[in-house]
Design a protein around this ligand. Structure first.
Ligand SMILES: Nc1ncnc2c1ncn2[C@@H]1O[C@H](COP(=O)(O)OP(=O)(O)OP(=O)(O)O)[C@@H](O)[C@H]1O
Ligand SMILES: O=C(O)c1ccc[n+]([C@@H]2O[C@H](COP(=O)([O-])O)[C@@H](O)[C@H]2O)c1
Length: 207
């Protein structure tokens, strides 16, 4: 993608920890492919998925209980030894801000460099996030392509953001919820275990 310094290898011997934040209501293959691609390209040791507690920018929408979103994320990532799931955002009271996520991860992983993974839509909103300028001192940011959204680092600090193209999956959680509500299948849009979990918990039926 655009010409810029892409820190694909640190050479510093420090761990490289990817961070994939999201509401994950539900987690789908777009999230998983993005994390997998970035992990390979940036030689990450691990990607930790961090479901939001209370996503303040989605407060006008009904969001499923955090425990359901957390468990779906665990189910979806369980088979990949490089993937893990953190409860830090769902266990912190109050609205979820990425600045808190990164501060907590930073203090618990002093031996690691952080790489926050975000889709093109979220990246374009980042200057509106809480304490936006400090975010870039705690983590490198990796913006990934997403169908229907322009991927750009316009206005973002130089050298702090990398843009990468990932296989295009036109999947959104919004569409998955709408499909379940209509009785349409979500097989192969989300992992099989997540289909089963949605069914077992009767999520998204009344929407
Ligand atoms: N299909 C996709 N391809 C690439 N990135 C994605 C894709 N879907 C989501 N992402 C990114 O994953 C992160 C978490 O997204 P989120 O959990 O809000 O999913 P979503 O599908 O955007 O949900 P919703 O439709 O409810 O807004 C965000 O950075 C988002 O940009
Ligand atoms: O820090 C903020 O102000 C902020 C505002 C909106 C979104 N985020 C983070 O961006 C990630 C994707 O969010 P979402 O709402 O698209 O699922 C997730 O980790 C959120 O916590 C963070």
């Amino acid at each position: 993608m655009g010409e810029q310094e892409v820190p694909t290898e640190s050479g510093s011997g420090r761990r490289r920890l990817g961070v994939m934040g999201g509401t994950f209501d539900p987690i789908h293959h777009g999230h998983l492919v993005a994390a997998s691609e970035v992990a390979a390209l940036f030689h990450l040791d691990e990607v930790v998925f961090v479901p939001t507690g209370q996503p303040w920018q989605k407060s006008h929408k009904a969001v499923s209980p955090a425990e359901d979103r957390y468990l779906m994320t665990v189910i979806a990532t369980a088979s990949n030894p490089q993937f893990s799931v953190s409860r830090i955002d769902i266990d912190r009271p109050g609205p979820t801000y990425t600045i808190d996520t990164l501060r907590d991860l930073h203090s618990h992983n002093a031996d690691s460099d952080l790489f926050f993974i975000t889709g093109a839509d979220a990246l374009s909103q980042i200057l509106g996030w809480r304490d936006a300028t400090e975010l870039f001192s705690l983590s490198h940011f990796i913006g990934v392509t997403r169908p229907g959204h322009d991927l750009t680092d316009d206005g973002l600090p130089e050298g702090k953001v990398s843009l990468v193209e990932v296989p295009a999956l036109a999947i959104s959680s919004t569409d998955c919820r709408a499909r379940v509500a209509k009785g349409d299948p979500v097989w192969y849009l989300v992992p099989d275990g997540v289909v089963r979990y949605i069914d077992k918990r009767q999520l998204y039926r009344g929407e």
